[in-house]
Design a protein around this ligand. Structure first.
Ligand code: PBG
Length: 323
């Protein structure tokens, strides 16, 4: 039927009609809140480029996780800022490192919360790259051993899920074997499978103190023009045992989220990264956009594209608006 018999505006006429017909539903259950765990005590360092976010020592990270839980957010993902960094990032598997301590403390305070840990070397290496450097580049295979050890130490601390973000080939398999050999066959892996070398990570690198000292991450993270390659990354990770597939960043890569959902039917997580958050905050601060509305529209867009889960610095604010 064509116009004038068909009038699509008929179903948009009132807020109640729009509510009844909304095809995509956003709830706090979709959110994972990133938190930055730092060594020390009583620390709550504001992150200048990420308003409302902090580097938190253990008792403060528990407070923020409790607040998130009380808003209906089921999960947090932890990043670590260690006291010592070295060439091989050996503090990544220190059982008393900030992530390991925070996992134990959050699980003790809120046993039902799903505590995810980011598994990567860049926060622990003195050069800021995601693995061991050989001949001026990150060496893939020797890095796998470190990543597996890091994931194991997070699982031993009580993490419910591990999320490797380094983009080394073979890391999902290496982590899966290590976890299984040590009795952690029930810990899922959320793989940052399609992670692009992106300028949108800028604010995060300040927050996590992980700016690479030389070069960039283009020899391991993906190149923006590529979409078929994302599917290859995803299929490889699935064959190695990934349980959830992540796309990162989210907003410039909504097509990748949709393709992965359509082609694999796997659970998909999207990382609404630091730059995506900070741009909205900065424009809202200047009065150029309505920050709350842009936030909700962005999150809805990510969900509509096919994401089941959204890792987002907006989690608490969005949960408040939804609640
Ligand atoms: C670690 C890691 C990064 C992010 C998540 N895990 C930074 C990077 O790859 O440089 C970025 C998250 C964000 O920007 O919010 N490798």
């Amino acid at each position: 039927m064509d116009f004038p018999v068909t009038r699509l505006r008929r179903l948009r006429g009132t807020p109640t009609l729009r509510r009844m017909l909304s095809e995509t539903v956003l709830t706090p259950n979709d959110f994972i809140l990133p938190l930055f765990a730092i060594y020390g005590e009583g620390v709550r360092n504001p992150i200048a480029s990420m308003p409302g976010h902090y580097q938190l020592s253990v008792e403060n990270i528990v407070k923020d996780a409790e607040e998130a839980w009380s808003l209906g957010i089921p999960s947090v993902i932890l990043f670590g800022i260690p006291e010592e960094k070295d060439e091989t990032g050996s503090s990544a598997f220190d059982p008393d490192g900030p992530v390991q301590r925070s996992v134990r403390a959050i699980k003790a305070a809120i046993p039902e919360m799903v505590v995810v840990t980011d598994v990567c070397m860049c926060e622990y290496t003195s050069h800021g790259h995601c693995g061991i450097i050989k001949n001026g580049d990150v060496d893939n295979d020797s890095t796998l051993t470190l990543l597996a050890a890091e994931a194991l130490s997070h699982a031993e601390a009580g993490a419910d899920m591990v999320a490797p973000s380094d983009m080394m080939d073979g890391r999902v398999g290496a982590i899966r074997s290590m976890l299984d050999e040590n009795g952690f066959q029930n810990i899922p892996i959320m793989s940052y499978a399609a992670k692009y070398a992106s300028a949108f990570y800028g604010p995060f690198r300040d927050a996590a103190e992980s700016v690479p000292e030389f070069g960039d991450r283009r020899t391991y993270q993906m190149d923006a023009p590529n979409s078929d390659e994302a599917i290859r990354e995803v299929l490889l990770d699935i064959s190695e045992g990934a349980d959830i597939i992540m796309v990162k960043p989210a907003l410039p890569y909504l097509d990748i989220i949709r393709r992965i959902k359509d082609e694999t039917r796997y659970p998909v997580a999207a990382y609404n990264v630091s730059g995506e958050f900070s741009m909205v905050k900065a424009a809202a601060e200047k009065g150029w956009i309505d920050g709350d509305r842009v936030m909700m529209e962005s999150l809805m867009g990510i969900k509509r594209a096919g994401a089941d889960l959204v890792i987002t610095y907006f989690a608490k604010e969005a949960a408040k608006l939804l609640g």
